[in-house]
Design a protein around this ligand. Structure first.
Ligand code: NAD
Length: 787
C-alpha cells in the first residue's frame, strides 16, 4: 500500500486584521470594503517561504524517523533562490541524509499537488520509499489590492511512503492547460492578474470539475465515496458552486480558511488536505484538487493508522497559536514595501562567507553541536576540546542535534538600540534540556510576559538579508512557548510521556489534565465501565478527556484497553510508544469497587477487584518498566487506599488488593533504583464517583481531585527523588504512612528457642514500637536479627 504516512502544517503566528488594510487604504480603494472581513496570516519579519517550509516539515516528521527520508521536494512559486536549490537548504536545516534526492517544484500554483503526485508515483515505482513533500508560499501583493486581502502565508508538508500509510493513494487525474489568469515574469515582484471573472468562470469553474469528474470516472466511484472535498478557491460563491456542480454536500467540503488565514498559494491545497486529515476517520475518502494552469485531482482512502499518528501542531494548532494585529504599516515594513530610515547602524556588512557557510553548514543551518562521547556533555558549537573542565578530552565530540530539544530561558533582554525591523531586539541565554547553553535571538514574542524559566522551542528563521548581493542568511532562533493560563511552571514535563490508567474521570482525569498542562504528552486510558467494573466498556470517557487536553493546547491520545488482562496492559504501553515513542511516567489509577462483607463475598467479587487494582497494576507496569529501564528514567505511582493501609468494613477484596500494591512498590523501588525509576504510592481521598455515596456533600466540595493532583504530579516529575513513599493525600492535608519496624528485643539466652510462656512474659517488650522506623528492604530486616 502506498500513500500519505504523516502530515504537518505551519501558519505564521501573526494575523493581520483585513479591516486594518481598509482603514489605511480605503480612501484610495473604497471597493476593498467588500472583502475587509476576517484575518490573513502574515510572516514575521524573519520568516519566508523557506522558514515556513522547515517548520511544516518538522511538524510532519513528528514521531517519524527522519533518517529514513530518501527524497525531499519543496514546492513554491516564491522560493528565495532561483539558482540555489531551496530543497537542499530545507534538507540541511532538517539534517536529512546527504544521499537523498532533493528537488524544487515551482512555476505554478499547482506545484504542491504536482510535487505530491510525483512523490506518490516515485514511491509506487519503487525507487524511493519515503519522500517528504513540502509546499510553502509567501506571495507579494501590491498594497491595496484585492489579492493583498485574499492571500495569506503558510506551509504544509506530507510524508509519502509505503509503511504506516494513513491515507492510501487510490488514483489521480491531471489536466494541463496554458491558461493565464495571472503570471509573474522571471524578474517581477508582483503578479500581473487578468480579470477576476476570467479566473472564476473560465479557470476554477471549468478545470476543477473537469479533473475531479474524470478522476471519479477513472476510479469508477461516485461522490458518495467522497467524505472530504478539498480544493482552494478564494471566491466564496464559486467555491460553493463548484462543490454543487460536483454533487458534493456542503458539509463534506473543507473550509478554505479564508476568514482565518487567507489563501496560501502553492501550499493551500496541501494545507486544506492536512485540515481534512485532522478530522478524517478510518474509511473516509478524500479528494484534493490543486488548481493552476489546469488542475491535479487525487483520491485517498483513510486507513486505521490515522488514529495512531502522534499528535502534532497541524492546521488546528497553527490556527490556535495566533497574534492578531491591526498595524498595516508593520505588515508593509515586514514585507519590505516601506523604506524607512534605519540609521547608520543598519548599514553594517552583511556579506556571507560561502566558505564558512559550507564548512559549518551543519552547525549554522542544522543547529548541530557536539556531545562528548567520554563524559556525555553536550555543547554548541561543537569543538575539538570538550568544554567540561574535568574532561577536556580531545576530538571526543559526536554530532548532537539541538533543534528539537526543549530549552528554557536563563537570561534575556530587550534591546532598543540594536538594529532590528521590529524593535526591541529580544535575545538571551537559553538552557537546553539535557545540557548545552546558547545565546539566541528570540522571535514571535513580546518583551512583556517573558520570564526566566519560560520554555522555548528552536525555530529556523532568517537571520539577516543582504539586499546588495541578493542573499539571505538563515539561522535558528528561540520561540518562547505560550504558557497555559499565563502561569510559568517550574515543574514541567516537556517531551515526557505519561500514561494514566482510569483517566476518563475522577482523580485520573485531573492527573492527566495537569500533566498535559505542564507539557506532558498523555495517554488517557479508560475502559469506560460502570463503578463496579461491569459493562462492555466505552471509549467516551477517555475521548472526552483527550478532547479537553487538546482544546487546552495539550497533547494526548486515548486508550480504551482494560487493565485486567496482560494484553490490555501491553496495549496501553504500546499506545504510548506508537504515539509518542516513549514512556516516562505511569500512574496506576484505574479502580472499581465491589463491596461485600467477608462472608458474603463471592469469588467474582474477589477476583473482579484483584483483576483491576492488583493484576491491573502488574499488567501495565511490567511493559512500562521494561521501557523505562531501557531509557534509564521512570516515575511510577501506585494508588492504594486507607482501606488497604488500615482496613475497612466490607472491603476485604479492595483492602487486600490495595495493600498488595504497597508490596509491589517496595520491590520495584529496589529493582528500579539503578535506572532512576522512582516508585511511590498515594492513598487519595477525594470526591469522585467511587466516594459519591460515602462523602457528605459539604466535604465533597472541599475534597476535589485537584487537591490530590499536585502531589501526584510532583511524584511524576524529575524533581521527585524519593522512592518507596506512601502518602495519604486529600483536601490539602498530607500524612505519610509507612510500615514501621520496632527496634526489637531478644528473648531468652539465644541458645534455647523461646517458649509461649516466654512470649507472654515479655509481651510488652516484644510489642513495643519504641524507636520504630521504616526499613529499606528485606535484607535490612534480616540484618537486624543477625546483628
Ligand atoms: P473513578 O471511578 O472516578 O475513576 C476510576 C476510573 O478507572 C474510572 O474512570 C473507570 O472507568 C476506570 N477503570 C475502571 N476499571 C478499569 C479497567 N479495568 N481498565 C481501565 N480503566 C478502568 O474513581 P476515583 O476515585 O477517581 O479512583 C481512582 C483511584 O483512586 C482508584 O484506584 C481508587 O481505588 C483510588 N482511591 C480513590 C479514593 C477516593 O477517595 N476517591 C480513595 C482511595 C483510593
Amino acid at each position: 500500500m502506498i500513500g500519505i504516512t504523516s502530515y504537518g502544517a505551519y501558519i505564521p503566528r501573526l494575523r493581520l486584521n483585513r479591516s486594518a488594510i481598509y482603514q489605511a487604504m480605503g480612501w484610495f480603494a473604497p471597493a476593498l470594503i467588500m472583502v475587509a472581513q476576517g484575518e490573513r496570516s502574515m510572516c514575521n519579519h524573519d520568516e519566508d517561504t523557506l522558514t515556513m517550509a522547515v517548520a511544516a516539515a518538522r511538524d510532519c516528521l513528528t514521531g517519524r524517523d527522519k533518517k529514513t527520508v530518501d527524497a525531499g521536494y519543496l514546492c513554491s512559486t516564491t522560493l528565495p533562490f532561483t539558482d540555489r536549490q531551496n530543497a537542499g537548504i530545507l534538507a540541511t536545516a532538517l539534517n536529512l541524509r546527504a544521499d537523498i534526492v532533493t528537488a524544487d517544484f515551482t512555476s505554478s500554483l499547482r506545484a504542491g499537488t504536482t510535487g505530491l503526485l510525483t512523490a506518490l508515483d516515485v514511491v509506487r515505482a519503487g525507487s524511493r520509499r519515503h519522500i517528504l513533500v513540502t509546499a510553502s508560499d509567501k506571495r507579494e501583493t501590491k498594497p491595496a489590492s484585492f489579492y493583498e486581502m485574499w492571500f495569506g502565508d503558510g506551509a504544509a508538508a506530507l510524508l509519502v511512503g509505503n509503511e504506516n500509510v494513513i491515507a492510501e493513494f487510490m488514483g489521480a487525474h491531471t489536466v494541463s492547460y496554458d491558461f493565464i489568469d495571472h503570471y509573474r515574469s522571471a524578474s517581477a515582484r508582483f503578479d500581473y492578474t487578468w480579470e477576476e471573472r476570467w479566473l472564476r468562470e473560465e479557470g476554477y469553474s471549468k478545470f476543477i470539475p473537469e479533473a475531479v469528474g474524470a478522476l471519479l470516472k477513472k476510479l469508477n466511484i461516485s461522490t458518495e465515496e467522497v467524505d472530504h472535498l478539498v480544493f482552494p478557491c478564494f471566491f466564496k460563491a464559486e467555491h460553493r458552486t463548484i462543490a454543487k456542480t460536483l454533487g458534493v454536500a456542503p458539509e463534506k467540503v473543507i473550509d478554505t480558511m479564508h476568514d482565518v488565514c487567507g489563501e496560501t498559494g502553492v501550499a493551500h491545497p496541501l494545507l486544506m488536505l492536512v485540515a481534512a486529515l485532522e478530522r478524517a476517520k478510518p474509511g473516509d475518502g478524500i479528494i484534493v484538487a490543486g488548481f493552476g494552469q489546469g488542475c491535479d485531482a487525487l483520491y485517498f482512502k483513510v486507513t486505521e493508522n490515522i488514529v495512531k499518528l502522534p499528535s502534532r501542531r497541524g492546521v488546528k494548532g497553527s490556527l490556535e497559536n495566533k497574534k492578531s494585529i491591526d498595524n498595516y504599516m508593520k505588515f508593509l515594513q515586514f514585507r519590505g514595501l516601506l523604506q524607512p530610515e534605519v540609521g547608520i547602524r543598519g548599514e553594517g556588512q552583511t556579506q556571507t562567507a560561502m566558505t564558512t557557510l559550507w564548512r559549518q553548514r551543519k552547525m549554522i543551518t542544522g543547529l548541530v553541536g557536539g556531545k562528548c562521547r567520554d563524559c556525555g556533555t553536550p555543547q554548541y558549537p561543537k569543538m575539538d576540546i570538550c568544554v567540561k573542565p574535568d574532561c577536556n578530552h580531545l576530538h571526543s565530540q559526536d554530532d548532537y542535534e539541538f533543534a528539537d530539544l526543549p530549552a528554557r530561558i536563563k537570561t534575556f533582554t530587550g534591546d532598543l538600540l540594536a538594529v532590528t525591523i521590529d524593535p526591541p531586539a529580544i535575545y538571551g541565554m537559553i538552557q537546553f534540556e539535557g545540557g548545552g547553553r546558547f545565546m539566541a535571538d528570540f522571535t514571535d514574542c513580546e518583551l512583556t510576559g517573558l520570564k526566566v524559566g519560560v520554555p522555548v522551542r528552536m525555530s529556523f528563521r532568517k537571520k539577516y538579508s543582504d539586499p546588495e548581493r541578493g542573499f539571505a542568511g538563515y539561522f535558528w532562533k528561540a520561540v518562547p512557548q505560550a504558557v497555559a493560563g499565563g502561569a510559568v511552571f517550574d515543574i514541567r514535563f516537556d517531551d515526557r510521556v505519561a500514561v494514566v490508567t482510569g483517566a476518563g474521570g475522577g482523580l485520573g482525569r485531573v492527573y492527566a489534565l495537569e500533566l498535559a498542562r505542564r507539557g506532558a504528552k498523555v495517554v488517557v486510558n479508560d475502559f469506560g465501565g460502570a463503578r463496579d467494573g461491569s459493562g462492555q466498556g466505552s471509549g467516551g470517557p477517555a475521548d472526552k478527556v483527550v478532547q479537553e487536553i487538546r482544546e487546552a493546547g495539550g497533547e494526548a491520545v486515548a486508550s480504551y484497553d482494560s487493565v485486567t488482562t496482560p494484553e490490555g496492559g501491553e496495549n496501553i504501553i504500546k499506545t504510548a510508544l506508537d504515539a509518542f515513542g516513549r514512556v516516562d511516567i505511569l500512574i496506576n489509577n484505574a479502580g472499581i469497587l465491589k463491596d461485600k462483607s467477608f462472608t458474603k463475598m463471592d469469588l467474582e467479587n474477589w477476583r473482579g477487584v484483584m483483576d483491576v487494582h492488583l493484576n491491573g497494576a502488574f499488567h501495565v507496569t511490567q511493559p512500562a518498566f521494561r521501557v523505562m529501564r531501557e531509557r534509564g528514567y521512570g516515575r511510577i505511582i501506585m494508588t492504594t487506599s486507607a482501606a488497604g493501609l488500615y482496613g475497612n468494613f466490607g472491603q476485604a477484596n479492595y483492602s487486600t488488593a490495595k495493600m498488595a500494591l504497597v508490596g509491589l512498590m517496595n520491590t520495584l523501588k529496589l529493582e528500579g533504583e539503578k535506572y532512576d525509576i522512582k516508585v511511590n504510592t498515594v492513598a487519595p481521598i477525594a470526591a469522585t464517583r467511587l466516594t459519591a455515596d460515602v462523602l457528605p456533600p459539604d466535604l465533597q466540595e472541599k475534597m476535589t481531585p485537584e487537591f490530590v493532583a499536585g502531589f501526584v504530579v510532583y511524584l511524576s516529575s524529575e524533581e521527585c527523588k524519593e522512592s518507596g513513599i506512601v502518602m495519604n493525600v486529600g483536601a490539602g492535608f498530607f500524612s505519610r504512612a509507612a510500615i514501621l519496624t520496632g527496634s526489637g528485643t531478644f528473648v531468652g539466652d539465644k541458645k534455647t528457642p523461646p517458649t509461649p510462656e516466654d512470649i507472654r512474659e515479655n509481651w510488652t517488650k516484644i510489642n513495643s514500637m519504641e524507636g520504630a522506623g521504616p526499613l529499606n528492604d528485606a535484607g535490612s530486616a534480616v540484618m537486624s536479627f543477625v546483628t
